[in-house]
Design a protein around this ligand. Structure first.
Ligand SMILES: C[S@@+](CC[C@H](N)C(=O)[O-])C[C@H]1O[C@@H](n2cnc3c(N)ncnc32)[C@H](O)[C@@H]1O
Length: 511
């Protein structure tokens, strides 16, 4: 455990090692160094790939580590593996390729005396401030062991893209490498380490930079699309953040560049039915029948957003029913009405506004429903069963949309831009709960299209929501919309980060 913290001892799993090594191994590869090779996973991955690609084993592998775990590299010449501190390592040759997953050791845990000594010995370290993590020193020193035109593949923490101390390092990289490529992974790849990693490939040491490409992905399994990153973004404080990173700016980009529109363009929002005496007017079907009501007097009604997920899978089954008594049925239900009067329900303010007080006018059947109060992931549910809702759920009336268009809106509500528009503009109250007023919902951003490719995503997302898997539903909906709309990497990440920051702040309020 101590070794992990002080020496950053985490060995790279095979899939990640191969992913890192693969783009750098060609028929011309001759020498590879891992400056902190541990068990040798990166060197072994390189060897495997080289053999596969060239049907030959003529590759020279070199390693250095203060505490190597020998055993897997016994076939290599002993002289190629040095059990020593990389900062004092002085090989006789320069290497064509360096693969590394260097130790991540925070400045607070570093050996200050040693760092001072390294700083005195290696002038390049002067670009790093005293908050730099040990991996940053590793990356700089590794570059000094490269042949001209050589390449580095490294697994680094997200701090590489986001920490202040990384800015001068990124500047240095852009001045020294022809091509830069990076992918930020959000899944955890290291057992017992929470660190999220970035895989970077730096090609063409000593040549003017011509390309910076970046991508973000949950995992290596999904398809990864790289985008060009402008130089000024690469050398900014946080690679993901452009200078105009206010929420309004993000949202207006979705509107102006990608066709998101305010929901009000496609629908009207009304609060749900107000009864004034829920327990009196709303009841299970069986009880309503026993009380003498017939099927045509019962309106299925959603009373609580917790019912959403099961409404999606079971429809009106298990729903409660609203009693709708017409004035002409007074005599038939006189006992029931009298009971209401005994409880003084007829004097409640909402009852006083109705004529007669026991006859609730539900108004038109809504086309869909939406959360009013919710702690995470508000969403819309389409009304397929002539259902109504109480005022704890909003009612939605579409303006002439096709079924496919409604599905687009349903899915787009789960996409992060839409979630961000709701999160940013809603009120929060009690225990960090989001309170989405009709005005906020009308202003929320959605996408309406008529491409039937939405059908399968709609189905998938509905299934996820009906089994309570909201987070997954947001992932799938966002991935789909991002791809369909061609949302660029920087905007996608900015949206993700901004949304999760806002959510975390709100949820913390609730604690
Ligand atoms: C994150 S592990 C990675 C090991 C291997 N590269 C891999 O990918 O599986 C980091 C390694 O750095 C080694 N290490 C820590 N400080 C070092 C130093 N100053 N010089 C050389 N190796 C060091 C540790 O012993 C450990 O094996």
């Amino acid at each position: 455990m101590k070794d992990r913290k002080e020496n950053g001892v985490y060995y790279t799993p095979q899939v990640l090692a191969e992913y890192l090594a693969n783009p750098l191994i060609t028929a011309n590869t001759r020498t590879i160094l891992d400056p902190s090779y541990g068990e040798g996973s990166l060197l072994l991955a390189a060897e495997r790939i080289f053999k596969k690609k060239n049907n030959s084993s003529e590759i020279q592998l070199f390693g250095c580590d203060t505490k190597p775990v020998n055993g897997l590299l016994k076939h290599l010449p002993e002289a190629n593996l040095k059990e020593t501190d990389f900062f004092t390592y002085q090989p006789e040759i320069l290497f064509q390729t360096i693969l590394m997953n260097p130790p991540y050791v925070r400045y607070q845990t570093q050996n200050i005396e040693k760092i001072k000594k390294y700083r005195n010995a290696i002038s390049e370290f002067s670009i790093l401030n005293n908050k730099a993590d040990l991996w940053a020193y590793f990356l700089l020193k590794a570059s000094l062991h490269l042949e001209k035109d050589g390449n580095i593949g490294a697994i680094l923490p997200w701090a590489f893209l986001q920490a202040d101390y990384s800015v001068p390092l990124r500047k240095w990289i852009v001045e020294n490498f022809h091509e830069i490529k990076a992918v930020a992974l959000s899944n955890k790849y290291f057992d017992k380490a929470d660190e999220r990693v970035v895989v970077i490939w730096l090609k063409g040491y000593g040549k003017k930079n011509e390309s910076i490409k970046i991508a973000a992905s949950k995992s290596l399994e999904s398809e990864i699309t790289f985008s060009d990153l402008p130089m000024d973004n690469w050398v900014s404080d946080r690679v993901f953040y452009s200078d105009a990173n206010s929420i309004d700016h993000i949202l207006s980009r979705y509107k102006n560049e990608f066709g998101y529109m305010n929901f009000i363009n496609y629908a009207d929002v009304k609060i749900g039915v107000v009864t004034g005496a829920v327990d009196y007017f709303i009841m299970p079907k069986q009880k309503a029948k026993e009380t003498g009501f017939s099927a045509d007097q019962l309106v299925p009604i959603l009373t609580n957003p917790d019912e959403f997920s099961q409404y999606l899978s079971n429809g009106e089954k298990n729903l409660l029913f609203l009693i709708s008594i017409k004035e002409e049925d007074y005599a038939k239900h006189i006992d029931y009405i009298q009971r209401g009067i005994e409880h003084q329900y007829h004097l409640r303010s909402h009852s006083l506004r109705r004529k007669p007080w026991y006859s609730i006018q539900t108004g038109k059947t809504p086309d869909a429903f939406f959360h009013y109060r919710v702690s995470k992931t508000p969403y819309m549910v389409l009304n397929c069963w002539n259902t109504q809702s109480t005022n704890s759920i909003h009612r939605i009336y579409f303006k002439d949309l096709s079924e496919v268009e409604k599905k687009w809106i349903f899915v787009s509500f789960l996409s992060r831009p839409s979630q961000l528009s709701l999160e940013a503009k809603s009120k929060t109250y009690g225990r960090g709960i989001l309170k989405i007023e009709p005005k906020t919902l009308k202003d929320a951003l959605v996408i309406k299209r008529s491409d039937p490719c939405i059908n399968s995503v709609y189905k998938k997302v509905t299934q996820l929501l009906s089994s309570g898997q909201k987070v997954k539903a947001v992932d799938i909906a966002s991935e789909f919309i991002n791809k369909e709309l061609g949302i660029p990497y920087d905007l996608k990440i900015l949206t993700e980060e901004t949304l999760s920051t806002l959510q975390n702040l709100r949820l913390q309020q609730g604690k």
